[in-house]
Design a protein around this ligand. Structure first.
Ligand code: HEM
Length: 532
């Protein structure tokens, strides 16, 4: 072959490559046009080649950044990051229209290989929309629907009373007590386990799994999130850090799911004749007819996963919210005084509040609402995902688009809530009663559509009983420095899917000797009921 022949074949190759490139380009353009039927993507910041909008996505306090961008681009805003379409829904109207009314197509979740690597593939909050998710949710709902969750009220009350006692004895560690209390109530109802050492071990496992979720699920942090095929290569390709970390996270998740479950099994085997009251034992009774069949392992897995998610999803969301109540009270003494005046008038000094009092305690109920509104536990909720190509307000929404609801923007909309950054429970009241015309944070804080939080009835009951009991017996004021002067705390929340107050230090003292006696009396009852 001479030089001319070589250059001809190179030219031919170049032409073929160009023709192929053009074919692929025009083919994908045509199929995009057919899919989108000529509708544009929603507006959003201009994107760069290859990286898209990577530099436009706000990193810190993203809910605030998204609201600022919404002012420019509107309530339906598009980003493209690492080849993924993201649509941010910035107002109440579009959130409910899309995630609630059209939830048949907007209830999926983005499933990435990282879910398995952090051990979160047992958590149905992250499952894609389908039969496996539906089966878990149905089982969960059997125990957390409004009627079923009311059966947990005695445990919630007892735990609230124990919580008051722990604060009385050691007020400076109140954050630890808040967390412990919610974990203890979940352990009691899920596993009927109230052994303090075992609750603490389970909390340690929870810490590790949550580290996995908060670090491992940051989009694009690990290469496997961008190139999922890496998951199918030898684990060496994950990189040294992820290899070690993912083992730790997966082990903690497996233990969290299996260890307390196994204890229930052992107890049932040792005491077959007594009534077992935990959620797990009831679920096991319900699947007993599968024993010996091929389906048993799968049914048992659902039971275990239900226990794990109730513990994981339940504990920390409520922990964050109640911590915010402490902060709000220490910063707003006039609010605490009004709540205490209401509690004194309705409940009186000789007992602690109960759910029967709630209808007569509109101000305390408004405090629970204002706490959920003021500092959101999940300011961007949990992202949903579309299942099929779709259209919204004339814009094309491709299948697999990640949908982010800016709950925080709805809860801080100045058109709806005057001075939205101010903590003011009065905004929910009219003539001393709850005003049903005011936007209710309960309809936002727990998410939307078919994915709405199925633990919300349990959570509402828990937040009320803990808030009312706490304010009835304690004064909560700002923390003091070494010279005894009040320290000014600036309210702020951490970043992440679930957010917590950055600093919620405060001074906590019983309101009176009578309040102290009430706490001690209730503690005796709590011990009698054998709940830690
Ligand atoms: C202050 C307390 C709580 C808040 C603010 C909260 C909020 C949320 C939010 C925003 C979601 C995502 C909803 C969506 O995707 O649209 C969610 C999901 C979920 N929550 Fe809660 N939650 C709380 C307490 C609880 C409790 C106590 C439990 C368990 C007893 C629980 C169990 C769940 C579960 C299982 C899911 C996943 C639902 C699914 O993907 O189908 N949550 N929660």
């Amino acid at each position: 072959m001479d030089r001319n022949d070589l250059s001809i074949s190179f030219n031919t190759l170049a032409y073929v490559a160009l023709a192929l490139g053009l074919f692929v380009y025009f083919h994908s353009l045509a199929s995009w046009r057919a899919r989108s039927r000529g509708q544009p993507l929603p507006p959003g910041p201009p994107s760069l080649p290859l990286v898209g909008n990577v530099f436009n996505v706000p990193n810190s306090q993203p809910h605030v950044g998204y609201r600022e961008l919404s002012a420019k681009y509107g309530d339906i805003m598009h980003f493209q990051v690492l080849g993924r379409h993201i649509v941010v829904l910035g107002s109440s109207d579009v959130i409910f229209e899309y995630l609630d009314k059209r939830s048949a197509n907007t209830s999926d979740r983005k499933v990435t290989p990282m879910l398995e690597l952090v051990g979160a593939d047992i958590i149905f909050a992250f499952f894609s929309y389908g039969q496996w998710w539906r089966r878990h949710r149905r089982v969960f709902w059997q125990h957390f629907n409004p009627t079923a969750s009311a059966a947990f009220n005695p445990v919630q009350r007892t735990v609230a009373h124990r919580f008051l006692y722990k604060i009385l004895i050691n007020p400076s560690e109140y954050v630890k007590h808040v967390r412990y209390s919610f974990a203890a109530s979940m352990m009691k109802i899920i596993y009927d386990n109230d052994i303090e050492a075992e609750i603490e071990e389970q909390m340690i496992r929870l810490d590790v799994t949550q580290e996995g979720v908060s670090q491992g699920l940051v989009p694009g942090k690990y290469l496997v999130d961008i190139f999922p095929f890496i998951r199918h290569l030898p684990s060496y390709f994950l990189g040294p850090e992820l290899r070690v970390k993912s083992r730790e996270w997966q082990d903690a998740a497996t233990d969290l799911k299996n260890i307390p479950y196994k204890r229930v099994l052992d107890e049932m085997a040792q005491n077959p004749d007594i009534e077992h009251r935990s959620i797990i034992s009831q679920l096991l009774a319900r699947i007993s007819h599968y024993r010996g069949t091929d389906s048993y392992a799968e049914e048992e897995d659902i039971v275990k996963n239900t226990g794990a998610i109730a513990f994981e999803a339940g504990g920390d969301t409520m922990y964050s919210s109640l911590q915010t109540t402490f902060l709000a009270m220490s910063l707003n003494p006039e609010v605490l005084k009004k709540a205490q005046a209401e509690l004194d008038a309705v409940v009186g000094p000789n007992r602690l509040p109960d759910w029967e009092d709630q209808a007569s305690l509109p101000y305390v109920t408004a405090i629970v609402k204002e706490t959920l509104r003021w500092q959101n536990v999940l300011p961007l909720s949990v992202p949903h995902c579309t299942t099929a190509d779709d259209e919204l307000h004339g814009y094309f929404i491709p299948a697999g688009t990640i949908l982010i609801a800016n709950t925080w923007a709805c809860m801080h909309d100045p058109q709806v809530y005057e001075d939205p950054d101010v903590y003011r429970p009065e905004r929910f009241l009219k003539d001393g009663q709850l005003d049903p015309t005011v936007r209710d944070p309960f309809n936002y804080a727990f998410g939307y559509g078919r994915r709405i939080c199925p633990g919300r009835h349990f959570a509402e009951a828990s937040l009320f009983i803990n808030t009312a009991s706490l304010l009835h017996v304690f004064d909560i004021t700002p923390p003091l420095d070494d010279t005894g002067k009040p320290i000014k705390i600036e309210p702020a929340m951490t970043d992440g899917i679930i957010c917590y107050p950055v600093d919620s230090r405060c001074t906590i003292k019983p309101r009176s000797a009578q309040a102290e006696a009430l706490i001690l009396g209730a503690r005796a009852d709590a011990f009698a009921e054998n709940v830690q």
